[in-house]
Design a protein around this ligand. Structure first.
Ligand SMILES: [Zn+2]
Length: 267
């Protein structure tokens, strides 16, 4: 991953950064105006932060990226496996004025920045440079076991004729297999859903609890759909290990801000 030097630092996947006509980024918690415990670049309007600060942070992101503030599409994320197609009709029906309840969005429309907000959940970005279709996915453990990343690929195929072998993908910073302890209930759901826990649940030193490897689980969904392994870039940055750089819900007992990943086909 690369980091930009602007006033508001942004991180980029190397594979997506190399594609002409595409702009993407991942924010950190630096460069914003929110006060503790939301300091500083909290982009989540659904948090208990002062909404004026969040709106100011969103405006700072618009300035930094050069994308108009009203072109950022933030969903109302609900830990579902649902994928929404963002097309002219959906926009006409008011998607920008009332955030859609979904956890993945795909579009072929240039100029619209699909956003996914996270603080330990995995942000996944996809782009098909042949069909010119982008996707932004919010994959926490619930979305991951509902196979939201596979659902997004399938929706790109179904709605836009994308070939998975063309799709370039980035798996962003989230709580990593180093830190993501899960209990018996999640263990059982993982075992049932994937018919195995191998690769999905890993053990770590000094704790008897299983750790859910969300990076593996989402990469596996991509390769099972036909995405080439060499076209998957995993940031391998753990939010709980780096709470000074990213918002981590676990590091803050749930009271914290949200950083975001965004993807925008250039006009
Ligand atoms: Zn960690």
């Amino acid at each position: 991953m690369n980091k930009t030097e602007g006033k508001l630092p942004l991180i980029k996947f190397e594979n997506l950064a190399g594609i002409p006509g595409l702009f993407h980024f991942i924010t950190t918690r630096a460069g914003g105006v929110s006060l503790p415990p939301y300091h500083t670049l909290n982009l989540g309007l659904h948090t208990a932060d002062n909404s004026q600060y969040v709106r100011a942070n969103r405006a700072l992101l618009a300035t930094e990226t050069g994308i108009a503030a009203d072109k950022f599409l933030y969903a109302s994320q609900v830990h579902s496996g649902n994928v929404l197609v963002v097309d002219e009709k959906a926009i006409y029906n008011g998607m920008f004025s009332k955030p859609p309840e979904t956890d993945a969005m795909i579009t072929a429309l240039p100029g619209i920045c699909l956003m996914v907000m996270v603080a330990d959940c995995v942000p996944v970005l996809l782009f098909d440079p042949v069909r010119k279709v982008s996707a932004a996915i919010h994959a926490g453990w619930r979305g991951t076991v509902q196979e939201i990343t596979a659902n997004a690929i399938n929706a790109m195929v179904r709605n836009f004729g994308c070939k998975p072998s063309d799709i370039i993908s980035g798996i962003g910073p989230s709580i990593g297999p180093c830190c993501y302890e899960v209990g018996e209930e999640v263990n059982a759901i993982v075992a049932k859903k994937f018919n195995t826990t191998k690769g999905y649940l890993v053990s770590q030193q000094n704790t008897p609890k299983s750790h859910f490897d969300l990076w593996y689980a989402n990469a596996k969904q991509l390769t099972d759909c036909g995405v080439k392994p060499e076209n998957i870039e995993t940031a391998e940055l753990c939010t709980l290990c780096k709470p000074d750089i990213f918002f981590s819900s676990r590091a803050a007992d749930g009271i914290t801000g949200r950083f975001a990943a965004g993807i925008c086909i250039k006009e």
